[in-house]
Design a protein. Structure first.
Length: 340
């Protein structure tokens, strides 16, 4: 235990291998600055020096999960600093790890820390599954593009809608490729089959975790949102009650316009795109497939006035508003009214 018995504030500059821990009093007096090798035991021993229930801040940087879990298990009040909110550290002429950790502690102590939400462990596991499935699909798409490229080099055109469907694979097997081209296509098809199998495994695991989830069932009633997009939205949004309104959710996801105002100058630009890329992709993908009659009508009206891209983003924002109510209430009253 520390000789100082008052409440302490701790700033941690977390890195991949080593981290710096700075302890401060309530008036900003520095008690210690220690550099440790990243290890749960070493971190826990250092937090014990901060007394009972210290306020600890860690930046949401690479690999923060383990550190937050250790700090919470040690009884600390953990705060996760938003990386975009602490970029002002670059103004200093001298930048080092101790100063970074001290600045984090100062922001926390003064109540000016821009915080990120700390997702619970079970939600982090769901996000891991959903994000890894997205990685698998992206890898598979790259492999399929390579097959198309090889066929183009050989001057082979297979007239099917889906080259990797049953009919397409049959014709692909009958294609007369030779040498390195044939070997590459065979290898690519094997890798695609492996990724197909892995994706099916993770689809099953994600479905098991979301079985009985009322919010997931509600948003799947929305046109264009199937099991994959619903899983992405549930995993990335998390506890929807942390957003006081649907507008806050849309702002968090980066689907609201930028706003700059100074004296008599007011500028509103394109959407910020600061937030979950997967959430933006999911709602934009959903409205491309199908949507509610009201959103379709609004999209057509906005497209006639502002253009196709702006209308698409506006429709995605309206869909995300319905997703908010579905996750919050377990049902979407707007759909019930339309059905009536």
């Amino acid at each position: 235990m520390s000789e100082y018995d008052g409440h302490q504030y701790v700033g941690i500059d977390l890195h991949r291998r080593r981290s710096v821990i700075v302890r401060q009093t309530a008036d900003g007096t520095q008690l210690s600055a220690v550099r440790i090798v990243n290890d749960p035991v070493a971190l826990g021993l250092q937090i014990e020096q901060a007394g009972s229930r210290p306020d600890v801040v860690v930046e949401a940087t690479y690999g923060w999960y383990w550190a937050v879990d250790v700090l919470q298990a040690a009884g600390a009040e953990v705060h996760l600093a938003h990386p975009l909110g602490v970029k002002g550290f670059a103004y200093r002429r001298v930048k080092n790890d101790i100063k970074d950790a001290s600045d984090l502690a100062d922001l926390l102590r003064m109540g000016r820390l821009p915080e990120s939400w700390i997702a619970p462990p079970d939600l982090r596991e769901l996000r891991e599954l959903v994000r890894y499935r997205a990685k698998l699909v992206a890898l598979r798409s790259g492999l399929k593009a390579q097959v198309h490229a090889v066929l183009a080099k050989a001057g082979v055109l297979i007239a099917v809608s889906d080259l990797f469907g049953t009919d397409g694979r049959r014709q692909l097997g009958q294609t007369s490729l030779s040498g390195a081209y044939a070997q590459r296509v065979v290898s690519l098809l094997k890798l695609i089959d492996i990724l197909d199998a892995e994706e099916a495994v993770f689809n099953t695991r994600i479905a098991e975790r979301l079985r009985g989830h009322a919010g997931c069932g509600a948003i799947r009633c929305l046109p264009g949102i199937g099991p994959v997009l619903a899983a992405v939205l549930v995993a990335e949004i998390g506890d929807v009650h942390r957003f006081p309104s649907a507008d806050r959710l849309c702002s968090w996801s980066g689907l609201t316009p930028r706003h700059y105002e100074s004296d008599t100058v007011v500028r509103r630009g394109h959407v910020t795109k600061q937030g979950s890329k997967l959430v933006r992709w999911a709602v934009v993908e959903a409205i491309q497939r199908a949507t509610t009659p009201k959103i379709a009508e609004d999209r057509a009206r906005i497209e006639a006035r502002r253009g196709r891209n702006i209308a698409k983003v506006a429709a995605a924002r309206k869909l995300l508003t319905l997703v908010y109510y579905g996750l919050r209430d377990g049902h979407i009253r707007a759909l019930a009214r339309q059905a009536a």
